[in-house]
Structure formats: structure tokens, C-alpha cells
Design a protein around this ligand. Structure first.
Ligand SMILES: [Zn+2]
Length: 214
């Protein structure tokens, strides 16, 4: 009788959800090679399932998923936890609405990150997902819970933030929504950059913001 660790895990369906999210994330170019990381919260136990450090997304199996408690203790998983785990945990600790988190490295978002320039919500989908413009976290080495707390100050009630010179982070009520938000940020960054080649882009009128963001 074969009994793999995955078969015994109470987290198997959530691990599959994380793997599906990771495959989608990699397939649409949100992070080259092994860059970036994804996580989701198990609503039942409160534990966090996260991609391991520096591991190819197309080779991830359920046993490779790290399960952590909110303090960062490893509950399941033999691999090294992602170095950004403390940042994700800070968000789950402070934001009850966070069900999934993505740290991504899309190129146009990184363009604004190296300019230290916020991304305007030019696309209606970005305004809805992000809840306004995408602010920029001033440069600091990531990977610590304090970085996460400082980042949350910059984010306020937004669902996304650019990290200066280092990608972005998006939060959603589910992992799928965090990925959607990441795509919307990247589309906005690309649009913002392209529009500036032709003139000043028109913003969505302010009086529509509350109605759209809800
Ligand atoms: Zn990174």
C-alpha cells in the first residue's frame, strides 16, 4: 500500500489550489524563473500554505508546499520556506481580509519600481482590484516581518503595493483574486508607460471611484 505524505495531509485540496495558482502565475509571466512567491490561508486552521524558496514552479508537487503557522513555525514541508514568508505572515496577521498573497516581478510594474513612481489606476479593473493607485514602498531589504508591517503602512486599505527596485505584492480574499489583482497592476503599469509616449493619460474621474471600488 502506498501512502505518500500528500495522501495523509489534511491540506491536500488547498495545496492543489496553491499549485494551480503557481502554474497560472508562471504561465502568464508574472515572475521569471523561480522569482516571486504565493501563499493562501486555510480558513479552518488559520495556517498559511506557501511556495518554497527558489523552486521551479513547473516542478512543484503537493509535498513541496510549506505549511506554516502565523508565527512562522513549519507545520508541514521539508523544503526551505520562501524568504518572503515573514512578509506574507505580517499581512495575514494584520489583515483579516487576506485569503491569498502574491509577490510578483512583472516587468512594467518593476519599471515603476525602479522609478519609485506610483502606478495610476488607469484601467477600471485595476481601480476595482487595487482600490486606487498602487503606492510605492520605499526601498528596504525585504524578507522580515518588520518590512511587512512597514509595507502595510504604505498600502493602507489598498490591495497592492510596488516594492522599490523589487517587484510588487498583491492581496486578495483568495489566491485567485490576488493573482487577478497582480495582472491588473501590470496592465495598468504597461498602459501608464505606453500612454506617456503619446501624452498625458486621462484618469478615471474621481467621483466614480467610490462607486467602482465599493
Ligand atoms: Zn522578490
Amino acid at each position: 500500500m502506498v501512502n505518500s505524505a500528500a495522501d495523509n495531509s489534511g491540506f491536500l485540496s488547498l495545496k492543489q489550489e496553491l499549485l494551480e495558482g503557481a502554474a497560472l502565475f508562471a504561465s502568464i509571466g508574472l515572475a521569471p524563473l523561480t522569482q516571486g512567491n504565493l501563499s493562501l490561508r486555510d480558513p479552518a486552521s488559520g495556517h498559511i500554505l506557501m511556495t518554497p524558496h527558489d523552486y521551479p514552479y513547473d516542478q512543484l508537487k503537493p509535498d513541496d508546499v510549506m505549511v506554516l503557522d502565523l508565527a512562522g513555525q513549519v507545520i508541514e514541508g521539508e523544503r526551505e520556506p520562501s524568504h518572503e514568508a515573514p512578509v506574507h505572515l505580517a499581512v495575514y496577521e494584520r489583515r483579516a481580509d487576506a485569503g491569498g498573497i502574491v509577490h510578483a516581478e512583472p516587468i512594467y510594474t518593476n519599471l515603476f519600481g525602479v522609478l519609485h513612481k506610483s502606478i495610476a489606476p488607469l484601467h477600471v479593473g485595476a481601480l476595482i482590484d487595487v482600490r486606487g493607485d498602487v503606492p510605492v514602498m520605499p526601498f528596504a531589504p525585504s524578507g522580515s516581518r518588520q518590512f511587512g508591517y512597514d509595507m502595510l503602512e504604505v498600502m493602507g486599505d489598498k490591495n497592492a503595493v510596488v516594492w522599490a527596485n523589487h517587484g510588487m505584492l498583491a492581496v486578495g480574499s483568495s489566491l485567485r483574486k490576488a493573482i487577478h489583482c497582480t495582472v491588473m497592476v501590470e496592465i495598468s503599469a504597461q498602459l501608464h508607460h505606453m500612454a506617456l509616449q503619446h501624452g498625458e493619460p486621462h484618469l478615471i474621474p474621481k467621483h466614480y471611484h467610490d462607486r467602482l471600488v465599493g
